[in-house]
Design a protein around this ligand. Structure first.
Ligand code: ATP
Length: 429
């Protein structure tokens, strides 16, 4: 795990939050390559679950919401973790994550108390109870409060779903394990509305879709395990939950979840707001409150699962190397273009031409002319670039039959092939 954290910092994937001020616990900043990786994941998710389906639509709701939302959803009263404090060193822990004594100093714990994980904030200039709101602890709230808007403006037929990607905040008692447990995170969530009697069918199809998505982006199926969550461990709104756990370097832990939230949320919001959140079935004339299946993905945990799955150490040409075996769809850089020598203007000019041609069609292409070719390969391997393209004298026509061909090197095998410039886009994309 230390190796992954160090690679992420060194190569510009992920940095500690507010680092020059000593850091801020539970926050991480995504650097240039991290943000590309994260965006690729989000775009693939959006494409798979929203754009390619005709029973889904998306929203991007405000992070700040009326505090009434979180009262109605049960988060003000129930979104809490058990907290214990060590009598000796005063450190605080989540009671369900520690044994009977303090892991830091061996001291005794005081009474377990409940700690609400929502970040409180104040809206507007006037202070006082009336101006308190919360940073959303899950994106789902923004979906439920827009249920009526979607019905009124799009008239979707059941079953249908609403998706959202966005930040969520939890004042975790013990943030840990790099970006696994953070205080500011990003979620990709779907609320899929169904007829009450059809919830099992919906649950099953989202169970398969969740597995399929993880596999499609490069999280190996054999490292994802389903855990049927026992009733006493389920969130307050859930009648059935499956946690999809992943074999992280620090153990098997939740990667994403699937919950059957019944009509808990729509009914609670209808009651608290007075709005009509029922659905009128045209076919039967029946009016009822839909039930909901919720697949909930953490972006940061998905990034970490991908990093852990891709991190590889091997030997190439008799030398040890470290590389990230990303699949092309998520790789932050799809290909790197090099001139063989950086002090030969004609090589550099041709390489720039190839680079700019590729970049127009595949924006995530990188230019590199630093150091010798071997070093450039090493650097690109380390950030997971699937292909390296080198422009040499043959590209310029030194051997007439090879004019306008380049070498393309495969990251995983290290093998090089000579191909025409015209074929590059279709090979890389
Ligand atoms: P955990 O039991 O690990 O605290 P949870 O069951 O509270 O997680 P959910 O409420 O189901 O998590 O949230 C949905 C998803 O959001 C999780 O599967 C996870 O991917 C992500 N997530 C939740 N809390 C965090 C966090 N503190 N840091 C990073 N991702 C998180």
């Amino acid at each position: 795990m230390e190796k992954i954290v160090s690679l992420c910092k060194r190569r510009g994937f992920i940095y500690p939050g507010s680092e020059i001020y000593g850091g801020l616990s539970g926050t991480w900043d995504y650097g240039p390559l991290g943000v590309e990786l994260k965006n690729n994941i989000k775009q693939l998710w959006w494409r798979t679950f929203v754009q390619e389906r005709d029973d889904m639509c998306g929203v991007d709701a405000a992070i700040l919401m009326s505090p009434e939302v979180w009262k109605a959803s049960g988060h003000v009263d129930g979104f809490q973790d058990p907290l214990v404090e060590c009598a000796k060193c005063k450190r605080r822990f989540r009671a369900d994550q520690v044994a009977d004594t303090c892991p830091e100093c061996g001291g005794k714990f005081g009474e377990v108390r409940q700690f609400n994980m929502m970040f409180k904030t104040q809206i507007g200039a006037a202070e006082g109870e009336g101006s308190i709101s919360y940073l959303r602890p899950e994106t789902a709230g923004g979906i439920f409060v827009n249920f009526k808007n979607i019905i009124d403006s799009f008239h979707p037929k059941l079953p249908f779903g609403i998706a959202q990607i966005g930040k969520a905040f939890r004042n975790e008692i013990a943030p840990r394990d790099f970006i696994f447990r953070v205080r500011e995170m990003e979620q990709m969530e779907i609320e899929y509305f169904v007829r009450p009697q059809e919830w099992e069918q919906g649950f099953e199809s989202w169970r398969n879709a969740t597995r399929g998505f993880m596999e499609s982006i490069g999280v190996p199926r054999e490292h994802v395990h389903e855990l049927e969550v026992a009733p006493e461990d389920r969130a307050h709104y859930s009648k059935r939950t499956i946690d999809f756990e992943f074999d992280f370097p620090f153990g098997r832990k939740e990667l994403c979840g699937l919950a059957y939230r019944t009509d808990f949320d729509l009914s609670a919001h209808a009651k608290a707001s007075g709005a009509d959140l029922t659905y009128l079935d045209d076919a039967t004339g029946e009016r009822f409150t839909p039930h909901v299946i919720e697949p909930s993905f953490g972006v940061d945990r998905t990034v970490l699962a991908l990093l852990a799955s891709a991190y590889t150490e091997d030997e190439l040409g008799g030398e040890p190397r470290t590389y990230l075996k990303f699949n092309s769809a998520v790789a932050p850089v799809k290909a790197a273009v090099f001139p063989l020598l950086k002090n030969k203007p004609e090589l550099v000019a041709k390489a720039r031409e190839v680079y700019l041609m590729l970049k127009k069609q595949i924006p995530q292409v990188m230019w590199d002319d630093n150091g010798n070719i071997g070093k450039r390969y090493r650097r690109q391997d380390e950030i997971g670039t699937p292909y390296c393209i080198t422009i040499d004298f043959d590209t310029l026509g030194e051997t007439a039959s090879l004019k306008d061909t380049v070498t393309i090197r495969n990251r995983d095998t290290g093998e090089q092939e000579r191909v025409s410039v015209d074929s590059l886009v279709s090979r890389i994309a």
